[in-house]
Write a protein that binds this ligand. Structure first.
Ligand code: AMP
Ligand code: MG
Length: 328
């Protein structure tokens, strides 16, 4: 039987602020809000409540705006309207935000030999539907959905900010890097308010700026997906985790990840968890997904193209666990 477990999130509608302590005229503030299907948590140091509240409101507003443009769950989103024009032969003008995220995505696709692929929408949709219905898709359905994918079918023109999708029925899905992008953008908004020490956790995709006042860094605990934990004091970096801990489906006792192998069109089987640390949150998010697909052996080659990134990748096959860890 099929079964599906989805992320259990605590959605806190509206913002709640907690001031925990004051350090040299700056206080610690934390805010939480359910966004993009995950809890988004914001911690930063600011001079007073009014700056903190307006800054947090503005940051969350920016994420709302991005979600309106980039969500594949909304019929009228800019990304879905772009996908609807695939195969029309038209170069479609898009917003700076959509263009920027697609440009990063395309760059990562090239550098990961296609392990990361934002054109997997038709396949991701097929699996969502199959999971809801409890029916494993037929081979012909997988083949049909796969025929409408492929990052080389998406062309970008940086000068005119236009996008060309060469085949009818294509569907873009930026779920593999959207939260990292949103976290980066939210941090930029906070910085316009003069806020320097920030931790933005967008559903496990985290962007960190300067350490909390008087400390060496933000204490971040990372797990390998089972028992092994690591706590590190980090600053001015981003980290992202991918794994089927909550989002997966089971068929005939086999667990398939929500991350799809672009070569087969099927959810990953052996992946446990991947954490990536990179200078940029969007890249960290995309790489956590890409390394999950590529697996340990191929990722060791791919990481040479990302010299500033580190990874902790865990795979499990027949109860045998393999790990690759460059975090320290
Ligand atoms: P993440 O949690 O960042 O690994 O993102 C997972 C999401 O990325 C999935 O729910 C899909 O929307 C999308 N996705 C699945 N497989 C891939 C892939 N191979 N490349 C890019 N995005 C993917
Ligand atoms: Mg990702």
């Amino acid at each position: 039987m099929f079964s599906k477990r989805i992320v259990k999130c605590v959605f806190i509608w509206g913002l709640s602020a907690v001031t925990s302590f004051t350090y040299a005229q700056e206080s610690r503030y934390s805010f939480e809000k359910g966004m993009m299907g995950s809890p988004f948590k914001l911690v930063f140091y600011a001079k007073n409540d009014s700056v903190a509240n307006i800054a947090a409101q503005s940051a969350f507003k920016r994420i709302e705006k991005l979600n309106e443009l980039l969500s594949d769950y909304r019929d009228g989103s800019e990304i879905n309207m772009l996908s609807a024009q695939s195969g029309s032969g038209k170069w479609v003008p898009v917003s700076d935000d959509l263009f920027n995220i697609l440009a990063i995505s395309q760059d990562i696709s090239v550098k990961t030999d296609g392990a990361f692929d934002a054109t997997l929408g038709p396949v991701v949709q097929m699996w969502r539907h199959a999971t809801r219905k409890g029916i494993f898709p037929k081979e012909s359905e997988i083949k049909e959905a796969m025929s409408k994918t492929g990052y080389t079918k998406m062309k970008l023109d940086p000068k005119s900010k236009k996008v060309f999708l060469s085949q009818k029925g294509m569907r873009l899905d930026i779920g593999g890097l959207g939260k990292g992008f949103a976290a980066e953008e939210a941090v930029k908004v906070l910085q316009t308010f003069g806020i320097k020490s920030i931790m933005m956790d967008a559903g496990g995709k985290i962007v960190l700026t300067s350490p909390p006042p008087g400390t060496e860094g933000w204490n971040i605990t990372i797990s390998n997906g089972s028992d092994s934990l690591k706590t590190m004091a980090l600053s001015n970096v981003s980290l992202a985790t991918s794994g089927p801990t909550y989002r997966f489906m089971e068929y005939n006792g086999t667990r398939y990840s929500h991350i799809v192998d672009p070569k087969t069109g099927i959810g990953l089987l052996f992946h446990v968890r991947t954490t990536v640390i990179s200078p940029d949150g969007t890249v960290a998010d995309a790489l956590a997904t890409a390394f999950s697909v590529a697996g340990i052996v191929k990722s060791k080659k791919i990481i040479a193209r990302f010299p500033a990134s580190k990874v902790w990748l865990v795979e499990k096959q027949d109860e045998r666990v393999a790990e690759w860890n460059t975090l320290e």
